[in-house]
Design a protein around this ligand. Sequence first.
Ligand SMILES: [Zn+2]
Length: 131
Amino acid sequence: MRRRVTEAAILNAQSSADVVKWTCSHGQHAGNGCITCYEASATADPELPLWEVAAWFTTTRPIPIRALQDVHRHGRRFALDQPSTPLVYVLSGHVRAALSAEAVAGVVGFLLQNRHIVDDFTMTEIRASHS
Ligand SMILES: [Zn+2]
């Protein structure tokens, strides 16, 4: 049985070592997202681990329900949900990547590519796991 790997970070209190760990190979912090990682994840090597990513963020304006539902139609196993707190959302997705930082950067990159869904966001917590 393979061991389950989980890596997570709270983003408002990161040490510089944490910042390095969560920076993708294109120099973007995972919490800011990376369009290159997002695009790379679409054609990732099937031998790479399949990460299950969750990223919590806040917005200054509510995201319309319709936009939340539209995310599912993009396919690629992404979802945007609203837990109970107003203006707090969780973006989740499954991507293949070598590192947790690139998996998260790829999922958050989805928001950068889809500014009509949310035009400003602040990531508060990220988590990536695979078995
Ligand atoms: Zn990247």
